[in-house]
Design a protein around this ligand. Structure first.
Ligand code: NAD
Length: 311
């Protein structure tokens, strides 16, 4: 079991998932939220989810529900949240000025070895941390939603981040059961969202231009590419398909290059194609039933995680 205190700042969807991940490995978590009612809600939600997972035999780690829950406490001030923490995970809303302000405040109370991490999905680490005195202790730790069921997490240091911040964060992420990857040079969208943009962008153009239906495009991913990608990466997949990357390059480099050149110009996802995609998706899960859809997704992700573990 791991020891030490983690400060979780912002207790919305992502903050509370982080709290659950840290306590499942044995850490103690202090939550702070600018809106106290959100902390009450977060505690209720965490308890519900822990009990639900326990019932289904899916509770993480060696601690019981009550033990895990007892590792979480709330703080009345940012100072109380981070004062004794060795690692702080900020998950406040995605607004540049707010993130800067929050980290500026938090750094007043931290020691020189504390790590300040942000869950930001799309703000570069240099932008949030440039004005910090302790900017060398800052790193982006971007989880994938839902973090409890999808373990990949992107670590992106700023150019001035100390090397030990990256190393310790990697070790910490592994200790709580996540799968960290490192982005060596900060880049817009990090990596997950660059790939997601490429896939959604191409799907958008193909649906917009009536090349394929919404349902069939999703089928390409879920029953085609996604089947393999659930347990092996695109480089590994291509390697196996083509007797290695050297053979792939000889045989298919021209084809990939030709097709890639036909990918259309970026197009903003606005206008009638939005209605087309929305209406098609809402036939499966109506907007009023999104919560049920998310629950179903989380259970499927869990079943998949078990399968992958057994492979
Ligand atoms: P959310 O709106 O659910 O939660 C944000 C919480 O921060 C709220 O409870 C709010 O009261 C609190 N807050 C606002 N100002 C604060 C302050 N000054 N100090 C402390 N708490 C404050 O948002 P979320 O979906 O949990 O997203 C949080 C971060 O995680 C964002 O940066 C987002 O981009 C990132 N992220 C989100 C997802 C996702 O799918 N939702 C995935 C990966 C990363």
């Amino acid at each position: 079991l791991k020891t030490g205190i983690v400060g979780v700042v912002g207790s919305g969807l992502i903050g509370r998932s982080w709290a659950m991940l840290f306590v499942s490995a044995g850490y103690h978590v202090k939550i702070y939220d600018a809106d106290p009612s959100r902390m009450t809600l977060a505690l209720e939600e965490i308890k519900l989810q822990l009990n639900d997972m326990d019932k289904r035999g899916l509770l993480r780690g060696q601690l019981t529900v009550d033990e895990q829950f007892s590792h979480i406490s709330t703080a009345e001030t940012p100072e109380e949240c981070v004062r004794d923490a060795f690692y702080i995970q900020e998950s406040v809303p995605e607004e540049v000025e707010l993130k800067k302000k929050v980290h500026k405040e938090l750094e007043k109370y931290i020691g020189s070895s504390t790590i300040l991490a942000s869950s930001t999905s799309a703000i570069l680490p240099s932008i949030i941390s440039e004005v910090l005195v302790h900017r060398n202790r800052f790193i982006v730790v971007h989880p994938t939603n839902p973090p409890f069921y999808v373990p990949m997490v992107e670590l992106c240091p700023a150019p001035w981040t100390d090397p030990d911040v990256l190393e310790t964060t990697r070790t910490l992420m592994k200790a709580i059961g996540q799968k960290p990857i490192t982005i060596n040079k900060e880049i817009d969208g990090f990596v997950l969202n660059r790939i997601q943009s490429a896939i959604l962008g191409e799907g958008w153009r193909l649906v917009r231009d009536n090349v394929i239906s919404v349902e069939d495009f999703d089928t390409v991913m879920k029953h085609g590419l996604g089947r393999r990608y659930a347990f092996m990466g695109p480089f590994e997949t291509a390697y196996l398909n083509a007797e290695g990357w050297k053979a792939l390059s000889e045989k298919y480099a021209d084809t990939f290059y030709r097709v890639e050149k036909t990918l259309g110009e970026p197009d903003k996802m606005v206008g009638p194609t939005v209605d087309k995609i929305h209406n098609e998706c809402s036939k499966k899960v109506p907007v009023e039933k999104l919560e049920e859809g998310r629950l179903w997704r989380d259970r499927r992700l869990n079943a998949l995680a078990k399968l992958i573990k057994d492979m």
